[in-house]
Design a protein around this ligand. Sequence first.
Ligand code: AHR
Length: 316
Amino acid sequence: MVKFKKLAVSTAALGVALGLSFAAQAEMMIGFSQIGSESGWRTSETASIKAEAEKRGIDLKFSDAQQKQENQIKAVRSFIAQGVDGILLAPVVETGWDQVLKEAKDAGIPVVLVDRGVDASEDLYLTKVASDFVVEGALAAAWLAAETNAVCDVVELQGTVGSSAANDRKAGFESVVSNFPGINIIRSQSGDFTRSGGKEVMESFLKAENGGKDICAVYAHNDDMALGAVQAIKEAGLKPGTDILIVSIDAVPDIFKAMADGDTNATIELNPHLGGPSFDAIKAAKAGQEVPKWIKANGPLFLPDTAAEEYKMRSK
Ligand code: AHR
Protein backbone atom coordinates (compact mmCIF):
# COMPACT_ATOMS: atom_id res chain seq x y z
CA MET A 1 0.00 0.00 0.00
CA VAL A 2 2.73 2.31 1.03
CA LYS A 3 4.68 1.20 -1.98
CA PHE A 4 1.65 1.94 -4.24
CA LYS A 5 1.27 5.37 -2.69
CA LYS A 6 4.91 6.04 -3.31
CA LEU A 7 4.53 4.89 -6.90
CA ALA A 8 1.42 7.08 -7.35
CA VAL A 9 3.29 10.08 -6.02
CA SER A 10 6.30 9.48 -8.18
CA THR A 11 4.11 8.90 -11.24
CA ALA A 12 2.36 12.18 -10.53
CA ALA A 13 5.71 13.87 -10.09
CA LEU A 14 6.86 12.36 -13.35
CA GLY A 15 3.65 13.55 -15.01
CA VAL A 16 4.21 17.04 -13.72
CA ALA A 17 7.80 16.93 -14.86
CA LEU A 18 6.85 15.61 -18.29
CA GLY A 19 3.96 18.03 -18.50
CA LEU A 20 6.28 20.85 -17.73
CA SER A 21 8.79 19.78 -20.28
CA PHE A 22 6.12 19.40 -22.98
CA ALA A 23 4.73 22.76 -22.01
CA ALA A 24 8.21 24.22 -22.16
CA GLN A 25 8.69 22.82 -25.66
CA ALA A 26 5.34 24.07 -26.85
CA GLU A 27 6.24 27.42 -25.39
CA MET A 28 9.32 27.67 -27.63
CA MET A 29 8.22 30.52 -29.81
CA ILE A 30 10.28 31.34 -32.88
CA GLY A 31 9.80 34.22 -35.30
CA PHE A 32 10.57 33.62 -38.98
CA SER A 33 10.97 36.56 -41.31
CA GLN A 34 10.85 35.17 -44.85
CA ILE A 35 11.74 37.19 -47.97
CA GLY A 36 8.64 36.31 -49.99
CA SER A 37 7.81 33.70 -52.59
CA GLU A 38 9.79 34.78 -55.62
CA SER A 39 10.86 31.29 -56.67
CA GLY A 40 9.96 27.61 -56.49
CA TRP A 41 12.92 27.10 -54.18
CA ARG A 42 11.71 29.79 -51.77
CA THR A 43 8.25 28.23 -51.60
CA SER A 44 9.80 24.83 -50.76
CA GLU A 45 12.02 26.39 -48.11
CA THR A 46 9.03 28.06 -46.42
CA ALA A 47 7.02 24.83 -46.47
CA SER A 48 9.96 22.82 -45.12
CA ILE A 49 10.66 25.23 -42.23
CA LYS A 50 6.96 25.37 -41.27
CA ALA A 51 6.70 21.56 -41.35
CA GLU A 52 9.85 21.17 -39.24
CA ALA A 53 8.49 23.64 -36.65
CA GLU A 54 5.21 21.74 -36.47
CA LYS A 55 7.02 18.42 -36.08
CA ARG A 56 8.97 19.83 -33.13
CA GLY A 57 5.97 21.50 -31.47
CA ILE A 58 7.44 24.95 -32.05
CA ASP A 59 5.08 27.91 -32.15
CA LEU A 60 6.31 29.56 -35.37
CA LYS A 61 5.40 33.19 -36.00
CA PHE A 62 5.70 33.57 -39.76
CA SER A 63 6.04 36.85 -41.61
CA ASP A 64 6.24 37.26 -45.41
CA ALA A 65 8.18 40.43 -46.28
CA GLN A 66 7.04 40.59 -49.91
CA GLN A 67 10.66 41.26 -50.97
CA LYS A 68 10.97 44.40 -48.81
CA GLN A 69 13.73 44.86 -46.25
CA GLU A 70 11.63 47.42 -44.34
CA ASN A 71 8.97 44.73 -43.81
CA GLN A 72 11.63 42.36 -42.48
CA ILE A 73 12.93 44.98 -40.04
CA LYS A 74 9.36 45.59 -38.82
CA ALA A 75 8.82 41.83 -38.42
CA VAL A 76 12.02 41.39 -36.41
CA ARG A 77 11.00 44.27 -34.12
CA SER A 78 7.58 42.73 -33.67
CA PHE A 79 9.17 39.35 -32.78
CA ILE A 80 11.36 41.10 -30.20
CA ALA A 81 8.28 42.81 -28.71
CA GLN A 82 6.52 39.42 -28.48
CA GLY A 83 9.49 38.02 -26.55
CA VAL A 84 10.24 35.12 -28.89
CA ASP A 85 12.90 32.56 -27.98
CA GLY A 86 14.72 33.00 -31.27
CA ILE A 87 14.45 34.53 -34.73
CA LEU A 88 15.05 33.06 -38.17
CA LEU A 89 15.89 35.77 -40.66
CA ALA A 90 16.26 35.23 -44.42
CA PRO A 91 17.71 38.63 -45.32
CA VAL A 92 16.61 39.91 -48.73
CA VAL A 93 19.75 42.07 -49.11
CA GLU A 94 23.14 42.06 -47.39
CA THR A 95 23.38 45.56 -45.95
CA GLY A 96 21.34 47.62 -43.47
CA TRP A 97 20.84 45.09 -40.67
CA ASP A 98 23.18 46.33 -37.93
CA GLN A 99 20.63 48.33 -35.92
CA VAL A 100 17.86 45.72 -35.79
CA LEU A 101 20.30 42.88 -35.12
CA LYS A 102 21.69 44.92 -32.24
CA GLU A 103 18.15 45.34 -30.87
CA ALA A 104 17.65 41.57 -30.93
CA LYS A 105 21.02 41.01 -29.29
CA ASP A 106 20.26 43.56 -26.55
CA ALA A 107 16.98 41.74 -25.90
CA GLY A 108 18.92 38.45 -25.54
CA ILE A 109 17.20 36.89 -28.56
CA PRO A 110 19.43 34.74 -30.82
CA VAL A 111 19.06 35.40 -34.54
CA VAL A 112 19.80 32.69 -37.10
CA LEU A 113 20.39 33.85 -40.67
CA VAL A 114 18.78 31.30 -42.93
CA ASP A 115 19.88 30.84 -46.53
CA ARG A 116 21.37 34.32 -47.11
CA GLY A 117 24.08 36.30 -45.34
CA VAL A 118 24.45 39.87 -44.12
CA ASP A 119 27.23 42.40 -44.19
CA ALA A 120 27.34 42.95 -40.41
CA SER A 121 29.54 41.98 -37.48
CA GLU A 122 29.31 38.25 -36.65
CA ASP A 123 28.70 39.16 -32.98
CA LEU A 124 25.25 40.41 -33.93
CA TYR A 125 23.82 37.02 -34.86
CA LEU A 126 24.07 33.48 -33.56
CA THR A 127 24.87 31.65 -36.79
CA LYS A 128 24.19 31.43 -40.51
CA VAL A 129 22.61 28.24 -41.89
CA ALA A 130 23.32 28.50 -45.60
CA SER A 131 25.06 27.22 -48.66
CA ASP A 132 28.34 28.73 -49.85
CA PHE A 133 27.08 30.74 -52.84
CA VAL A 134 30.63 31.48 -54.03
CA VAL A 135 31.23 27.74 -54.39
CA GLU A 136 27.95 27.36 -56.31
CA GLY A 137 29.02 30.05 -58.81
CA ALA A 138 32.47 28.50 -59.15
CA LEU A 139 30.95 25.07 -59.77
CA ALA A 140 28.69 26.47 -62.50
CA ALA A 141 31.70 28.10 -64.20
CA ALA A 142 33.82 24.94 -63.92
CA TRP A 143 31.03 22.92 -65.56
CA LEU A 144 30.74 25.50 -68.35
CA ALA A 145 34.50 25.58 -68.97
CA ALA A 146 34.59 21.78 -69.28
CA GLU A 147 31.49 21.64 -71.48
CA THR A 148 32.64 24.32 -73.94
CA ASN A 149 36.34 23.61 -73.96
CA ALA A 150 36.67 27.01 -72.27
CA VAL A 151 35.47 29.00 -75.29
CA CYS A 152 32.08 30.62 -74.76
CA ASP A 153 30.26 33.97 -74.74
CA VAL A 154 27.99 33.85 -71.70
CA VAL A 155 25.04 35.95 -70.58
CA GLU A 156 24.35 36.12 -66.87
CA LEU A 157 20.93 36.39 -65.21
CA GLN A 158 21.64 37.77 -61.77
CA GLY A 159 19.46 37.36 -58.70
CA THR A 160 18.05 40.17 -56.57
CA VAL A 161 20.33 43.20 -56.57
CA GLY A 162 22.21 43.50 -53.26
CA SER A 163 21.43 39.96 -52.09
CA SER A 164 24.27 37.77 -50.86
CA ALA A 165 23.02 35.03 -53.20
CA ALA A 166 23.48 37.26 -56.27
CA ASN A 167 26.71 38.91 -55.10
CA ASP A 168 28.43 35.66 -54.18
CA ARG A 169 27.20 33.59 -57.12
CA LYS A 170 28.50 36.30 -59.42
CA ALA A 171 31.85 36.48 -57.63
CA GLY A 172 32.29 32.68 -57.61
CA PHE A 173 31.52 32.41 -61.32
CA GLU A 174 33.85 35.27 -62.23
CA SER A 175 36.69 33.89 -60.10
CA VAL A 176 36.75 30.73 -62.22
CA VAL A 177 36.10 32.25 -65.67
CA SER A 178 38.88 34.78 -65.08
CA ASN A 179 41.25 31.84 -65.61
CA PHE A 180 39.91 31.23 -69.12
CA PRO A 181 40.48 34.03 -71.65
CA GLY A 182 38.10 32.26 -74.07
CA ILE A 183 35.11 32.65 -71.74
CA ASN A 184 33.52 36.10 -71.72
CA ILE A 185 30.51 37.37 -69.78
CA ILE A 186 29.04 39.53 -72.55
CA ARG A 187 25.87 40.66 -70.73
CA SER A 188 24.81 40.58 -67.08
CA GLN A 189 21.58 41.86 -65.56
CA SER A 190 19.22 41.11 -62.69
CA GLY A 191 16.05 39.08 -63.29
CA ASP A 192 15.26 39.33 -59.55
CA PHE A 193 15.17 35.52 -59.08
CA THR A 194 11.76 35.32 -60.81
CA ARG A 195 10.66 33.39 -63.88
CA SER A 196 9.08 36.46 -65.47
CA GLY A 197 12.20 38.54 -64.72
CA GLY A 198 14.43 35.88 -66.29
CA LYS A 199 12.28 35.79 -69.42
CA GLU A 200 12.16 39.55 -69.79
CA VAL A 201 15.92 40.04 -69.37
CA MET A 202 16.70 37.10 -71.67
CA GLU A 203 14.48 38.64 -74.37
CA SER A 204 16.55 41.82 -74.23
CA PHE A 205 19.82 39.80 -74.33
CA LEU A 206 18.59 37.90 -77.40
CA LYS A 207 17.68 41.11 -79.20
CA ALA A 208 21.00 42.71 -78.40
CA GLU A 209 23.03 39.66 -79.43
CA ASN A 210 22.01 38.97 -83.00
CA GLY A 211 18.77 37.21 -82.07
CA GLY A 212 20.76 34.95 -79.74
CA LYS A 213 23.16 33.65 -82.40
CA ASP A 214 26.09 35.27 -80.57
CA ILE A 215 25.23 33.69 -77.23
CA CYS A 216 26.88 30.39 -76.31
CA ALA A 217 25.42 29.96 -72.81
CA VAL A 218 23.21 31.34 -70.04
CA TYR A 219 24.36 31.34 -66.43
CA ALA A 220 21.24 31.91 -64.31
CA HIS A 221 21.58 32.52 -60.57
CA ASN A 222 18.47 30.38 -60.05
CA ASP A 223 16.34 27.80 -61.82
CA ASP A 224 13.26 30.01 -62.12
CA MET A 225 15.14 32.59 -64.19
CA ALA A 226 16.62 29.75 -66.29
CA LEU A 227 13.09 28.50 -66.98
CA GLY A 228 12.06 32.01 -68.02
CA ALA A 229 15.10 32.11 -70.34
CA VAL A 230 14.06 28.76 -71.87
CA GLN A 231 10.74 30.30 -72.88
CA ALA A 232 12.41 33.41 -74.34
CA ILE A 233 14.91 31.33 -76.34
CA LYS A 234 12.14 29.14 -77.76
CA GLU A 235 10.10 32.19 -78.74
CA ALA A 236 13.20 33.56 -80.52
CA GLY A 237 13.24 30.41 -82.65
CA LEU A 238 16.31 28.79 -81.06
CA LYS A 239 16.70 25.53 -79.16
CA PRO A 240 17.57 26.02 -75.48
CA GLY A 241 19.99 23.41 -74.17
CA THR A 242 21.47 22.94 -77.67
CA ASP A 243 21.85 26.29 -79.46
CA ILE A 244 22.32 28.02 -76.10
CA LEU A 245 23.53 26.02 -73.09
CA ILE A 246 21.93 26.75 -69.70
CA VAL A 247 23.36 26.24 -66.21
CA SER A 248 21.50 27.34 -63.09
CA ILE A 249 21.19 26.84 -59.33
CA ASP A 250 18.52 25.40 -56.96
CA ALA A 251 17.54 21.94 -58.32
CA VAL A 252 13.77 22.49 -58.13
CA PRO A 253 11.53 19.81 -59.68
CA ASP A 254 10.69 21.93 -62.77
CA ILE A 255 14.35 22.24 -63.79
CA PHE A 256 14.70 18.44 -63.78
CA LYS A 257 11.73 18.26 -66.14
CA ALA A 258 13.42 20.89 -68.35
CA MET A 259 16.72 18.97 -68.26
CA ALA A 260 14.97 15.69 -69.07
CA ASP A 261 13.34 17.45 -72.06
CA GLY A 262 16.77 18.70 -73.21
CA ASP A 263 15.97 22.38 -72.52
CA THR A 264 18.66 23.02 -69.87
CA ASN A 265 22.00 21.39 -69.14
CA ALA A 266 22.98 21.53 -65.47
CA THR A 267 21.75 22.65 -62.05
CA ILE A 268 23.40 22.91 -58.64
CA GLU A 269 21.33 21.88 -55.66
CA LEU A 270 20.45 24.39 -52.96
CA ASN A 271 19.12 22.54 -49.92
CA PRO A 272 15.75 24.03 -48.80
CA HIS A 273 15.61 22.05 -45.51
CA LEU A 274 17.19 24.66 -43.28
CA GLY A 275 14.69 24.57 -40.39
CA GLY A 276 16.18 21.58 -38.53
CA PRO A 277 19.73 22.95 -38.19
CA SER A 278 18.37 26.46 -37.40
CA PHE A 279 16.13 25.26 -34.55
CA ASP A 280 18.93 23.00 -33.26
CA ALA A 281 21.28 26.00 -33.17
CA ILE A 282 18.82 28.06 -31.09
CA LYS A 283 18.26 25.13 -28.73
CA ALA A 284 22.01 24.63 -28.37
CA ALA A 285 22.59 28.33 -27.68
CA LYS A 286 19.84 28.31 -25.04
CA ALA A 287 21.60 25.37 -23.38
CA GLY A 288 24.80 27.41 -23.30
CA GLN A 289 26.53 25.36 -26.00
CA GLU A 290 28.93 26.75 -28.55
CA VAL A 291 27.43 27.17 -32.05
CA PRO A 292 29.61 27.57 -35.18
CA LYS A 293 29.17 30.87 -37.06
CA TRP A 294 28.36 29.16 -40.33
CA ILE A 295 26.51 25.85 -40.68
CA LYS A 296 27.05 24.97 -44.34
CA ALA A 297 24.50 23.23 -46.52
CA ASN A 298 26.06 22.81 -49.99
CA GLY A 299 24.63 20.52 -52.67
CA PRO A 300 25.93 18.71 -55.79
CA LEU A 301 25.66 19.49 -59.50
CA PHE A 302 23.07 17.51 -61.46
CA LEU A 303 23.20 16.70 -65.19
CA PRO A 304 20.55 15.52 -67.68
CA ASP A 305 21.46 11.83 -67.33
CA THR A 306 19.65 11.54 -63.97
CA ALA A 307 17.07 14.29 -64.60
CA ALA A 308 14.04 12.12 -65.42
CA GLU A 309 14.60 9.99 -62.31
CA GLU A 310 15.19 13.04 -60.10
CA TYR A 311 12.04 14.69 -61.46
CA LYS A 312 10.02 11.61 -60.62
CA MET A 313 11.34 11.53 -57.06
CA ARG A 314 11.13 15.26 -56.38
CA SER A 315 7.71 15.97 -57.85
CA LYS A 316 5.87 13.39 -55.71
O1 AHR B 1 18.89 32.90 -51.61
C1 AHR B 1 18.71 31.79 -52.40
C2 AHR B 1 18.01 32.11 -53.65
O2 AHR B 1 16.83 32.83 -53.40
C3 AHR B 1 17.54 30.93 -54.45
O3 AHR B 1 18.52 30.42 -55.28
C4 AHR B 1 16.47 31.54 -55.23
O4 AHR B 1 15.66 30.65 -55.95
C5 AHR B 1 15.79 32.29 -54.17
O5 AHR B 1 14.71 32.94 -54.40
